[in-house]
Design a protein around this ligand. Structure first.
Ligand code: NAD
Length: 260
């Protein structure tokens, strides 16, 4: 099945590295025009923009901090001025924050993780929905995590934010279903990107992580991006309000792989 996103206007957050970058390339390969949001690495974003333009896509490079509602409104305003609207939003930007037990956590650090991972997608969705509702079409894809389900000691802000984002997906899907708009979550498992370098670059940490994945390996960014492209395309036209896990069965209680 060929995924066709020809002429779709896709805004993707956090594209200067990792999953966001590869999702942008995958969507461009399927024919989409790409709004490349980045926060603090303009050189990386410009390099990716140049490469994607060569694939034939119209590309906008958009600096914005997703945790700042004014910054997000400005970014969406720029896209709408250039393109007249947005057909696809991928809320990908995220951080996991430093390991810290809840009672030892600095409040501003906890707030920062929740602001980027949960408020950010809300701010972006709120802005683009104004246009999608008028047009009566659109797709929002929220990148959550297996930690929307699996508790993660030392990362309470991340797990709480991703679980909250999953519920935001379901609630927005209810709100906009009859307006022809779909809202989905994609929950990656352990995918090799800069966010988890401290795990995959250390052999003891990696070996511990692999025991938690029934497929016995990390996922690649391409394996996630292919599913993302499917979910935002018309091929997934009856899917909304749910989470699709791309995790090698990490949520499948791997401790029970050999009985229990
Ligand atoms: P990454 O660190 O490469 O990408 C995160 C991106 O978000 C970066 O480009 C960063 O600049 C951007 N970002 C951070 N704060 C921002 C802000 N305030 N405004 C705009 N952009 C901001 O890591 P990744 O693995 O590609 O992560 C992408 C998404 O996937 C995140 O939401 C993450 O939680 C999720 N995820 C990743 C994994 C994994 O194993 N890699 C697993 C589950 C979920």
């Amino acid at each position: 099945m060929n995924i066709n996103l020809k002429g779709k206007r896709a805004l993707i957050t956090g594209t200067s590295s990792g999953l966001g970058e590869v999702i942008a390339r995958e969507f461009a390969a399927a024919g989409a025009n790409i709004g490349l949001n980045y926060h603090s690495h303009p050189d990386a974003a410009e390099k990716i923009a140049e490469e994607i333009k060569k694939m034939g896509a119209d590309v906008l490079t958009l600096q914005a901090d997703v945790s700042d509602s004014t910054s997000v409104a400005g970014m969406v305003n720029t896209v709408v001025k250039k393109w007249g609207g947005v057909d696809i939003l991928v809320n990908n930007a995220g951080i996991d924050g430093a390991h810290s037990l809840t009672w030892e956590t600095d409040i501003s650090e906890w707030e920062k993780v929740v602001k980027i991972n949960l408020f950010g997608p809300f701010y972006c969705a709120r802005e683009v929905l104004k246009y999608m509702i008028t047009k009566k079409s659109g797709v929002i894809l929220n990148i959550t995590s297996v930690h929307e389900n699996i508790p993660w000691s030392g990362y309470s802000a991340y797990a709480a934010a991703k679980a909250g984002l999953s519920m935001l997906t379901k609630t927005m899907a209810q709100e906009v279903g009859t307006s022809g708009i779909r809202v989905l979550s994609l929950a990656p498992g352990a995918i090799q990107t800069p966010i988890n370098k401290s795990v995959w670059s250390n052999s003891a940490n990696l070996s511990d992580l692999l025991k938690k994945i029934p497929l016995g390996r990390l996922g690649s960014t391409e394996e996630v991006a292919r599913v993302a492209a499917f979910l935002v395309s018309d091929a997934a036209s009856y899917m909304t309000g749910s989470t699709v896990f791309v995790d090698g069965a990490m949520i499948d209680y791997s401790n029970f792989t050999h009985g229990g």
